[in-house]
Design a protein around this ligand. Structure first.
Ligand SMILES: [Zn+2]
Length: 117
C-alpha cells in the first residue's frame, strides 16, 4: 500500500502546540488518524498515564524493537503506549510492514533479515 504521509503536530494546537519544526513530524495516515489530538494514553503494562513517544526528542531504538514477525514491541512506557493507541500491530499493518520489508522499502532492519527472498 502506498500513502501520502501527513504532517502531524506532536502536541496538537488544541493543547497549545505550535507550528514550529520541533513540534511537527511526518506520520502515516493510520498513525495520524489513531493519534488524532491525543497526547497520552495508559501504558498497557502498568496502567500509568503515559505521554506518547516524541520522535523529535526521543530515540526510536530506545523505545521500540522490530520483531522477527514484523510486530513492534515497546521497550518503555512511551513505546508501549504509542504502539497501543496508534494500533501499530494491527494485523493489516503488520502485513503491510512485512510486504514493504520484502520490497526493500521498510527503513528498519528485520532481525531475521537473512530470510528475505
Ligand atoms: Zn504510522
Amino acid at each position: 500500500m502506498y500513502a501520502t504521509f501527513h504532517i502531524d503536530h506532536i502536541i496538537p494546537r488544541k493543547h497549545g502546540g505550535l507550528d514550529f519544526n520541533d513540534n511537527l513530524c511526518i506520520a502515516c495516515p493510520d498513525c495520524n488518524g489513531y493519534k488524532g489530538s491525543d497526547i497520552a494514553t495508559f501504558d498497557p503494562l502498568t496502567g500509568d498515564l503515559t505521554p506518547f513517544y516524541n520522535p523529535r526528542e526521543q530515540d526510536w531504538d530506545e523505545h521500540f524493537e522490530l520483531e522477527i514477525d514484523m510486530t513492534i514491541v515497546g521497550l518503555t512506557p512511551e513505546g508501549r503506549a504509542t504502539i497501543f493507541l496508534l494500533q501499530m500491530n494491527m494485523q493489516r499493518r503488520v502485513i503491510e510492514r512485512y510486504e514493504a520489508w520484502m520490497r526493500n522499502e521498510y527503513p528498519c532492519e528485520n532481525p531475521n533479515s537473512e530470510s528475505r527472498q
